[in-house]
Design a protein. Sequence first.
Length: 388
Amino acid sequence: MAYLRPLFSSVFFALTVLVFGPQATLAADPNTKLELDQDALKLAWTFDTGKPFNIIPTVGSGKVFANALDGVLNAFNPKTGHVDWTYNPKEGLWDRARTVDGDQVFVCLKGGKFAALNVSDGAVQWKANLGINCHRPPYVDGDMVYVSTTFVGRGLPGDPLTGAKLFAVNRHNGHVKWDLKTEDYLLQTATSRDGTVYLAGNYMNPDQEGTEAGAAHYYAIDQETGTIKWTYNSEDGTPKLLVATEQNLLFSAYNDFIQALDKNTGELLWKRDSNNWLPGFSVDDKNIYLSSATTIVHSWPIHGKGENWRFNIPGKKFDYLLTKPMLDGERMYFMTQRGYVYALNKNTGKQDFRYSTDMNSRVGVSFADGYLYMNDSKGRVYGYKIMK
């Protein structure tokens, strides 16, 4: 199978254009249906921000949240699209960095600040001055919010400083319980499980200068004290996603392999190629669900060997996923860059429906309570009710 990986610097991972070579195709999949099912979804509402988006809408706690590039944060009624409140701080918002949990929304502000808002009305509960900017969604676990910071990214000078920090912030008052200073210049969103926080970031390795990938650290950190339990060094470039399972820490990075570390020791257990640019993956207790720019959607056993099923997205080439698939019960939902929404049975890979939105997809789809939410390239937010 011929393919090319995206050509971009690991430092500016999310900021440059992806270029792909010729794409191989597979024989027709009997589970694939080219016809549309336009009764599967019903457009419930839309809202025009006039500006592009970099992440899918965040859903939870009875609202839908979206802020476009250099725009205000809007909190929508999830069924009607009514704007319940907006937040437009004088510092400005980093559009990729927001998380909702319970009655709070957590956002990163320009100038190295971090804030918690009321879900109900958008009132500011507290602000914390971290001194370093955060460009990634914070991660919430219990009473703590884990905030990853960076020295590079859109809107930042691209300072080659090291020392990006992970902050453990009390969600109730904004007090910093501990912070961990790293040798990295960019940290990705953390995750946690069983008393351990897992983190990844880029650092400058002189031995890798001029390469397309780059060096990265992966950490296991004691959740209570902020001390490092183990570190794994990788040469596969900028980390994209970390997922902690019962036994493993799964991750993907610039080189688009999915890899598994022993979550207790940091030992590399397996490494498997996705065959092209990989926007992310989802997991449940047994399986990994993914799709790369080959238009093939896969289900793999979580141990990384073999394949449960594959689904070939029909139609034109390069109609691949821009974000990871969303799981809901026995179904998985995803949206392709040409604006098609699919529902598959996650156990069999059989197509439940294929719906055309007639939009240029920007960043994919999110899901909650029988509705799908998405953005288009022109700055509009959409809410669709699932009818089937």
